[in-house]
Design a protein around this ligand. Structure first.
Ligand SMILES: *Cc1c(COP(=O)(O)O)cnc(C)c1O
Length: 418
Protein backbone atom coordinates (compact mmCIF):
# COMPACT_ATOMS: atom_id res chain seq x y z
CA UNK A 1 0.00 0.00 0.00
CA UNK A 2 1.67 3.22 -0.98
CA UNK A 3 0.73 6.87 -0.91
CA UNK A 4 -0.23 8.66 -4.14
CA UNK A 5 2.86 9.42 -6.20
CA UNK A 6 3.88 13.02 -6.83
CA UNK A 7 6.46 14.11 -9.37
CA UNK A 8 9.94 14.69 -7.97
CA UNK A 9 11.15 16.98 -10.72
CA UNK A 10 9.67 20.40 -9.83
CA UNK A 11 12.20 23.10 -8.85
CA UNK A 12 13.02 23.21 -5.15
CA UNK A 13 10.78 25.22 -2.84
CA UNK A 14 13.09 27.32 -0.63
CA UNK A 15 12.46 27.30 3.13
CA UNK A 16 12.98 31.01 3.55
CA UNK A 17 13.71 34.03 1.37
CA UNK A 18 14.03 37.34 3.24
CA UNK A 19 11.46 39.93 2.13
CA UNK A 20 12.64 42.71 -0.18
CA UNK A 21 10.99 46.11 0.29
CA UNK A 22 10.43 48.35 -2.74
CA UNK A 23 11.98 51.48 -1.25
CA UNK A 24 14.90 49.92 0.61
CA UNK A 25 17.57 50.75 -2.01
CA UNK A 26 16.49 54.38 -2.21
CA UNK A 27 16.49 54.71 1.58
CA UNK A 28 19.95 53.15 1.87
CA UNK A 29 21.29 55.56 -0.74
CA UNK A 30 19.75 58.45 1.19
CA UNK A 31 21.66 57.49 4.33
CA UNK A 32 24.92 56.97 2.45
CA UNK A 33 24.59 60.38 0.81
CA UNK A 34 23.72 62.07 4.09
CA UNK A 35 27.10 61.12 5.57
CA UNK A 36 25.33 60.47 8.87
CA UNK A 37 25.54 56.72 9.40
CA UNK A 38 25.80 56.55 13.15
CA UNK A 39 22.29 55.80 14.39
CA UNK A 40 19.28 57.55 15.91
CA UNK A 41 18.78 59.49 12.67
CA UNK A 42 15.57 60.18 10.70
CA UNK A 43 15.03 56.54 9.59
CA UNK A 44 15.44 55.33 13.17
CA UNK A 45 12.76 57.83 14.14
CA UNK A 46 10.49 56.67 11.32
CA UNK A 47 10.91 52.96 12.12
CA UNK A 48 10.38 53.56 15.84
CA UNK A 49 7.20 55.56 15.15
CA UNK A 50 5.85 52.74 12.96
CA UNK A 51 6.62 50.17 15.66
CA UNK A 52 4.92 52.37 18.22
CA UNK A 53 1.85 52.55 16.02
CA UNK A 54 1.74 48.76 15.44
CA UNK A 55 2.28 47.76 19.09
CA UNK A 56 1.03 50.73 21.08
CA UNK A 57 4.38 50.87 22.91
CA UNK A 58 4.98 54.42 24.16
CA UNK A 59 8.79 54.18 23.80
CA UNK A 60 10.69 52.22 21.13
CA UNK A 61 14.47 51.84 21.06
CA UNK A 62 16.00 50.17 17.99
CA UNK A 63 18.80 47.72 18.79
CA UNK A 64 21.21 45.57 16.76
CA UNK A 65 19.13 42.44 17.54
CA UNK A 66 16.41 40.95 19.71
CA UNK A 67 19.21 39.38 21.74
CA UNK A 68 20.55 42.85 22.55
CA UNK A 69 17.07 44.09 23.47
CA UNK A 70 16.77 41.17 25.91
CA UNK A 71 20.19 42.07 27.33
CA UNK A 72 18.99 45.63 27.97
CA UNK A 73 15.90 44.21 29.68
CA UNK A 74 18.14 42.05 31.87
CA UNK A 75 20.28 45.08 32.81
CA UNK A 76 17.15 47.07 33.72
CA UNK A 77 16.10 44.31 36.14
CA UNK A 78 19.28 44.82 38.23
CA UNK A 79 19.65 41.06 38.54
CA UNK A 80 21.94 39.65 41.21
CA UNK A 81 23.58 36.21 41.06
CA UNK A 82 21.06 33.57 42.07
CA UNK A 83 18.03 35.63 41.03
CA UNK A 84 15.65 33.66 38.84
CA UNK A 85 13.83 34.40 35.60
CA UNK A 86 10.99 32.09 34.60
CA UNK A 87 10.68 31.30 30.89
CA UNK A 88 9.65 28.51 28.55
CA UNK A 89 12.18 25.81 27.68
CA UNK A 90 10.81 25.83 24.12
CA UNK A 91 12.49 29.00 22.86
CA UNK A 92 15.70 30.24 21.27
CA UNK A 93 18.95 30.39 23.30
CA UNK A 94 19.14 34.21 23.74
CA UNK A 95 15.87 34.27 25.71
CA UNK A 96 17.83 32.52 28.46
CA UNK A 97 21.38 33.66 27.73
CA UNK A 98 20.55 37.37 28.09
CA UNK A 99 19.52 36.84 31.72
CA UNK A 100 22.18 34.24 32.54
CA UNK A 101 24.78 36.82 31.42
CA UNK A 102 23.68 38.93 34.43
CA UNK A 103 24.13 35.94 36.75
CA UNK A 104 20.45 35.03 36.91
CA UNK A 105 19.19 31.43 36.74
CA UNK A 106 16.74 30.69 33.91
CA UNK A 107 13.92 28.52 35.29
CA UNK A 108 12.62 26.48 32.38
CA UNK A 109 8.90 25.83 32.29
CA UNK A 110 6.95 23.47 30.08
CA UNK A 111 4.72 24.55 27.19
CA UNK A 112 1.07 23.92 26.42
CA UNK A 113 0.54 21.12 23.88
CA UNK A 114 -1.78 23.30 21.72
CA UNK A 115 -0.12 26.71 21.27
CA UNK A 116 3.36 25.49 22.38
CA UNK A 117 3.50 28.59 24.61
CA UNK A 118 4.52 28.75 28.27
CA UNK A 119 2.01 26.67 30.24
CA UNK A 120 0.37 29.25 32.51
CA UNK A 121 -0.91 26.49 34.80
CA UNK A 122 2.73 25.56 35.58
CA UNK A 123 3.76 29.16 36.27
CA UNK A 124 2.81 29.45 39.94
CA UNK A 125 4.91 26.38 40.83
CA UNK A 126 7.91 27.81 38.96
CA UNK A 127 7.99 31.04 40.96
CA UNK A 128 10.08 31.37 44.14
CA UNK A 129 11.12 34.29 46.34
CA UNK A 130 14.15 34.71 44.02
CA UNK A 131 12.00 35.20 40.89
CA UNK A 132 12.59 38.62 39.31
CA UNK A 133 10.71 38.33 36.02
CA UNK A 134 8.64 36.08 33.77
CA UNK A 135 9.45 35.93 30.06
CA UNK A 136 6.57 35.13 27.69
CA UNK A 137 7.48 33.96 24.16
CA UNK A 138 4.60 34.06 21.66
CA UNK A 139 5.54 30.98 19.64
CA UNK A 140 4.86 31.42 15.93
CA UNK A 141 3.17 34.71 16.83
CA UNK A 142 0.26 33.05 18.66
CA UNK A 143 -0.18 34.95 21.94
CA UNK A 144 0.50 33.33 25.31
CA UNK A 145 -2.29 33.27 27.92
CA UNK A 146 -1.24 36.79 28.86
CA UNK A 147 -4.04 37.68 31.29
CA UNK A 148 -3.28 34.66 33.47
CA UNK A 149 0.50 35.07 33.14
CA UNK A 150 0.26 38.75 34.09
CA UNK A 151 -2.06 37.95 37.00
CA UNK A 152 0.32 35.35 38.48
CA UNK A 153 3.39 37.58 37.91
CA UNK A 154 1.67 40.61 39.47
CA UNK A 155 0.63 38.53 42.50
CA UNK A 156 4.36 37.94 43.07
CA UNK A 157 5.32 41.53 42.25
CA UNK A 158 7.44 40.68 39.20
CA UNK A 159 7.22 42.11 35.67
CA UNK A 160 6.38 40.18 32.50
CA UNK A 161 8.78 40.61 29.58
CA UNK A 162 7.66 39.61 26.10
CA UNK A 163 10.12 37.93 23.77
CA UNK A 164 8.05 39.05 20.80
CA UNK A 165 10.53 37.93 18.13
CA UNK A 166 7.70 36.06 16.36
CA UNK A 167 4.70 38.13 17.32
CA UNK A 168 4.76 41.50 15.54
CA UNK A 169 1.31 42.03 14.01
CA UNK A 170 -0.42 39.53 16.30
CA UNK A 171 -3.04 40.42 18.91
CA UNK A 172 -4.39 39.07 22.19
CA UNK A 173 -7.96 39.97 23.19
CA UNK A 174 -7.80 42.99 20.90
CA UNK A 175 -4.41 44.23 22.13
CA UNK A 176 -1.24 44.10 20.01
CA UNK A 177 1.56 41.74 21.01
CA UNK A 178 4.61 43.68 22.13
CA UNK A 179 2.38 46.05 24.09
CA UNK A 180 1.48 43.60 26.86
CA UNK A 181 4.65 43.27 28.97
CA UNK A 182 6.56 45.91 30.94
CA UNK A 183 9.17 45.44 28.20
CA UNK A 184 9.10 43.58 24.89
CA UNK A 185 11.94 42.50 22.59
CA UNK A 186 11.50 42.44 18.80
CA UNK A 187 13.71 40.76 16.20
CA UNK A 188 14.35 42.01 12.69
CA UNK A 189 16.69 39.19 11.79
CA UNK A 190 16.44 38.10 8.14
CA UNK A 191 14.38 35.06 9.18
CA UNK A 192 11.56 37.18 10.65
CA UNK A 193 8.46 38.57 8.87
CA UNK A 194 10.04 42.00 8.38
CA UNK A 195 13.76 42.47 8.81
CA UNK A 196 16.87 44.53 8.22
CA UNK A 197 19.28 41.60 7.94
CA UNK A 198 19.99 41.76 11.63
CA UNK A 199 18.24 44.12 14.00
CA UNK A 200 15.84 44.42 16.87
CA UNK A 201 13.99 46.74 19.19
CA UNK A 202 13.20 47.14 22.85
CA UNK A 203 9.61 48.26 23.40
CA UNK A 204 9.25 50.05 26.71
CA UNK A 205 5.66 49.88 27.90
CA UNK A 206 6.46 50.70 31.53
CA UNK A 207 7.45 54.35 30.96
CA UNK A 208 9.24 54.52 34.31
CA UNK A 209 11.96 52.40 32.65
CA UNK A 210 12.30 54.57 29.51
CA UNK A 211 14.98 57.00 30.67
CA UNK A 212 17.27 54.29 32.01
CA UNK A 213 16.73 52.07 28.97
CA UNK A 214 17.91 54.97 26.79
CA UNK A 215 21.09 55.31 28.90
CA UNK A 216 21.82 51.55 28.90
CA UNK A 217 21.44 51.42 25.13
CA UNK A 218 23.93 54.28 24.65
CA UNK A 219 26.95 52.72 26.41
CA UNK A 220 25.66 53.71 29.83
CA UNK A 221 25.95 57.43 29.05
CA UNK A 222 23.46 60.29 29.24
CA UNK A 223 24.39 61.43 25.74
CA UNK A 224 20.69 61.86 24.84
CA UNK A 225 20.37 64.49 27.58
CA UNK A 226 23.36 66.32 26.12
CA UNK A 227 21.71 66.37 22.67
CA UNK A 228 18.55 67.76 24.26
CA UNK A 229 20.57 70.48 25.96
CA UNK A 230 19.73 69.16 29.42
CA UNK A 231 23.38 68.72 30.44
CA UNK A 232 26.51 70.51 29.18
CA UNK A 233 28.61 67.32 28.93
CA UNK A 234 27.63 63.71 28.81
CA UNK A 235 29.13 61.15 31.17
CA UNK A 236 29.14 57.51 32.15
CA UNK A 237 26.13 57.21 34.46
CA UNK A 238 25.10 53.51 34.40
CA UNK A 239 26.06 50.07 33.12
CA UNK A 240 25.37 49.79 29.43
CA UNK A 241 26.76 48.81 26.07
CA UNK A 242 26.75 49.82 22.42
CA UNK A 243 23.16 48.84 21.63
CA UNK A 244 22.18 51.43 18.98
CA UNK A 245 21.15 50.19 15.51
CA UNK A 246 23.20 51.77 12.68
CA UNK A 247 21.15 54.17 10.56
CA UNK A 248 21.72 52.13 7.37
CA UNK A 249 19.91 49.20 8.95
CA UNK A 250 17.22 51.50 10.34
CA UNK A 251 16.63 52.68 6.75
CA UNK A 252 16.17 49.07 5.60
CA UNK A 253 13.84 48.46 8.51
CA UNK A 254 11.75 51.57 7.83
CA UNK A 255 11.25 50.46 4.22
CA UNK A 256 10.13 47.02 5.42
CA UNK A 257 7.80 48.29 8.15
CA UNK A 258 6.11 50.61 5.64
CA UNK A 259 5.14 47.47 3.69
CA UNK A 260 4.22 45.42 6.68
CA UNK A 261 0.48 45.29 5.93
CA UNK A 262 1.16 43.76 2.52
CA UNK A 263 3.74 41.35 3.97
CA UNK A 264 1.24 40.19 6.58
CA UNK A 265 -1.59 39.83 4.05
CA UNK A 266 0.60 37.61 1.88
CA UNK A 267 1.86 35.49 4.76
CA UNK A 268 -1.67 35.03 6.11
CA UNK A 269 -2.90 33.95 2.67
CA UNK A 270 -0.17 31.28 2.49
CA UNK A 271 -0.78 30.22 6.09
CA UNK A 272 -4.51 29.85 5.36
CA UNK A 273 -3.75 27.88 2.19
CA UNK A 274 -1.68 25.39 4.19
CA UNK A 275 -4.24 25.22 6.97
CA UNK A 276 -7.18 24.48 4.68
CA UNK A 277 -5.21 22.14 2.43
CA UNK A 278 -3.78 20.03 5.23
CA UNK A 279 -6.72 19.75 7.66
CA UNK A 280 -8.14 16.41 6.49
CA UNK A 281 -4.75 14.81 5.92
CA UNK A 282 -3.51 15.91 9.36
CA UNK A 283 -6.59 14.44 11.05
CA UNK A 284 -6.12 11.13 9.25
CA UNK A 285 -2.40 10.95 9.91
CA UNK A 286 -2.43 12.00 13.57
CA UNK A 287 -0.52 15.18 12.71
CA UNK A 288 -1.22 18.32 14.76
CA UNK A 289 -1.56 21.65 12.95
CA UNK A 290 -1.03 25.08 14.60
CA UNK A 291 -3.72 26.18 17.06
CA UNK A 292 -4.76 29.82 17.43
CA UNK A 293 -7.55 30.38 19.99
CA UNK A 294 -10.43 32.61 18.78
CA UNK A 295 -9.63 35.52 21.13
CA UNK A 296 -6.33 36.30 19.38
CA UNK A 297 -4.84 36.81 15.91
CA UNK A 298 -1.51 35.19 15.07
CA UNK A 299 1.22 36.94 13.10
CA UNK A 300 1.65 34.23 10.42
CA UNK A 301 5.29 33.94 11.45
CA UNK A 302 5.51 30.21 10.88
CA UNK A 303 3.51 27.20 9.86
CA UNK A 304 4.35 24.02 11.70
CA UNK A 305 3.25 20.40 11.93
CA UNK A 306 3.73 18.14 14.93
CA UNK A 307 4.13 14.50 13.86
CA UNK A 308 2.88 11.59 16.00
CA UNK A 309 6.42 10.28 16.57
CA UNK A 310 10.06 11.37 16.13
CA UNK A 311 10.43 8.62 13.49
CA UNK A 312 7.53 10.11 11.55
CA UNK A 313 9.25 13.50 11.70
CA UNK A 314 12.50 12.05 10.35
CA UNK A 315 10.60 10.27 7.56
CA UNK A 316 8.56 13.40 6.76
CA UNK A 317 11.66 15.61 6.52
CA UNK A 318 13.23 13.05 4.16
CA UNK A 319 10.04 12.85 2.10
CA UNK A 320 9.93 16.64 1.76
CA UNK A 321 13.65 16.83 0.90
CA UNK A 322 13.24 14.06 -1.69
CA UNK A 323 10.52 16.14 -3.35
CA UNK A 324 12.49 19.41 -3.28
CA UNK A 325 10.61 20.99 -0.40
CA UNK A 326 12.96 22.60 2.08
CA UNK A 327 11.59 22.25 5.60
CA UNK A 328 13.17 22.54 9.03
CA UNK A 329 12.75 21.50 12.60
CA UNK A 330 12.94 24.13 15.33
CA UNK A 331 13.91 24.92 18.92
CA UNK A 332 15.77 22.27 20.86
CA UNK A 333 14.72 22.32 24.54
CA UNK A 334 16.83 24.69 26.62
CA UNK A 335 16.47 22.70 29.85
CA UNK A 336 18.41 19.76 28.34
CA UNK A 337 20.90 21.90 26.37
CA UNK A 338 24.53 22.03 27.63
CA UNK A 339 24.33 25.68 28.73
CA UNK A 340 20.79 25.28 30.02
CA UNK A 341 21.97 22.51 32.35
CA UNK A 342 24.97 24.61 33.45
CA UNK A 343 23.17 27.92 34.01
CA UNK A 344 19.50 27.06 34.50
CA UNK A 345 17.14 24.54 35.97
CA UNK A 346 13.75 23.03 35.20
CA UNK A 347 10.62 24.14 37.00
CA UNK A 348 8.86 21.51 39.16
CA UNK A 349 7.26 18.90 36.90
CA UNK A 350 9.95 19.23 34.22
CA UNK A 351 9.18 19.90 30.57
CA UNK A 352 7.78 16.65 29.07
CA UNK A 353 5.60 18.42 26.47
CA UNK A 354 8.59 20.47 25.28
CA UNK A 355 10.71 17.34 24.86
CA UNK A 356 7.97 15.58 22.90
CA UNK A 357 7.16 18.51 20.62
CA UNK A 358 10.79 19.46 19.89
CA UNK A 359 11.42 15.96 18.49
CA UNK A 360 8.34 15.95 16.28
CA UNK A 361 7.90 19.44 14.90
CA UNK A 362 8.44 20.45 11.24
CA UNK A 363 8.25 23.98 9.87
CA UNK A 364 7.10 24.53 6.29
CA UNK A 365 8.32 27.22 3.88
CA UNK A 366 6.49 30.50 4.61
CA UNK A 367 7.73 33.74 3.07
CA UNK A 368 6.64 36.47 0.67
CA UNK A 369 8.73 34.91 -2.10
CA UNK A 370 6.51 31.81 -2.09
CA UNK A 371 3.93 31.59 -4.89
CA UNK A 372 0.47 30.05 -4.52
CA UNK A 373 1.65 27.30 -6.87
CA UNK A 374 4.65 26.53 -4.66
CA UNK A 375 2.48 26.42 -1.53
CA UNK A 376 0.03 24.14 -3.36
CA UNK A 377 2.97 21.94 -4.30
CA UNK A 378 4.04 21.72 -0.64
CA UNK A 379 0.48 20.64 0.24
CA UNK A 380 0.47 18.09 -2.59
CA UNK A 381 3.76 16.60 -1.42
CA UNK A 382 2.49 16.39 2.15
CA UNK A 383 -0.79 14.75 1.12
CA UNK A 384 1.29 11.97 -0.41
CA UNK A 385 2.93 11.21 2.94
CA UNK A 386 1.67 8.65 5.44
CA UNK A 387 2.75 8.58 9.08
CA UNK A 388 3.10 5.30 10.88
CA UNK A 389 0.30 6.33 13.25
CA UNK A 390 -1.55 3.16 14.17
CA UNK A 391 -4.58 5.29 14.93
CA UNK A 392 -4.68 6.69 11.39
CA UNK A 393 -7.92 5.71 9.72
CA UNK A 394 -10.18 6.74 6.94
CA UNK A 395 -7.84 6.89 3.94
CA UNK A 396 -7.21 4.17 1.44
CA UNK A 397 -3.48 4.82 1.68
CA UNK A 398 -3.25 4.40 5.45
CA UNK A 399 -1.10 1.53 6.55
CA UNK A 400 0.46 -0.06 9.57
CA UNK A 401 3.64 1.15 11.22
CA UNK A 402 6.92 0.62 9.46
CA UNK A 403 6.48 1.24 5.77
CA UNK A 404 7.48 4.89 5.90
CA UNK A 405 9.63 4.69 8.97
CA UNK A 406 13.14 6.00 8.66
CA UNK A 407 14.91 3.63 11.01
CA UNK A 408 14.91 6.18 13.81
CA UNK A 409 17.99 8.14 12.77
CA UNK A 410 18.08 11.86 13.43
CA UNK A 411 17.04 14.01 10.47
CA UNK A 412 19.84 15.78 8.67
CA UNK A 413 17.59 18.21 6.85
CA UNK A 414 17.08 21.75 7.90
CA UNK A 415 18.73 24.23 10.23
CA UNK A 416 18.06 23.48 13.89
CA UNK A 417 17.65 27.01 15.16
CA UNK A 418 15.45 29.98 14.23
C1 LIG B 1 14.83 35.00 16.38
C2 LIG B 1 14.60 34.89 17.84
C3 LIG B 1 15.37 35.59 18.79
C4 LIG B 1 16.66 36.28 18.46
O1 LIG B 1 16.58 37.28 17.57
P1 LIG B 1 17.91 38.03 17.09
O2 LIG B 1 17.34 39.31 16.55
O3 LIG B 1 18.55 37.17 16.06
O4 LIG B 1 18.76 38.27 18.28
C5 LIG B 1 15.00 35.56 20.12
N1 LIG B 1 13.94 34.86 20.52
C6 LIG B 1 13.19 34.15 19.66
C7 LIG B 1 12.01 33.42 20.18
C8 LIG B 1 13.51 34.12 18.30
O5 LIG B 1 12.80 33.37 17.45
Amino acid sequence: MSAPAVPRTAPAVPFHVPHTAARQDAYLRQVLESGDHDGDGPFTERAAALLSRITGAPKVLLTPSCTHALEIAALLLDLAPGDEVVMPSFTFAPTASAFALRGAVPVFTDCRPDTLNLDETALEAAITERTRAVVAVHYGGVACEMDEIRRVAAAHGVPVIEDNAHGLGGTYRGRPLGGLGALAAQSFHATKNVHCGKGGALLVNDVSLAERATVVRDRGTNRHQYFRGQVDKYRWVDLGSSYILPELLAALLAAQLEEMDAVQRRRHALWDLYHAGLAGWARDQGVTLPVCPPDREHSAHLYHLVCPTAEDRAALLRHLADHGVRAAFHFQPLHTSPAGIRHGRSAPGGCPVTERVADRLVRLPLHTGLSDAQAARVVEVLLAFRTGATGATGTAGAHGPGSHRGGGSAPHAGPAAR
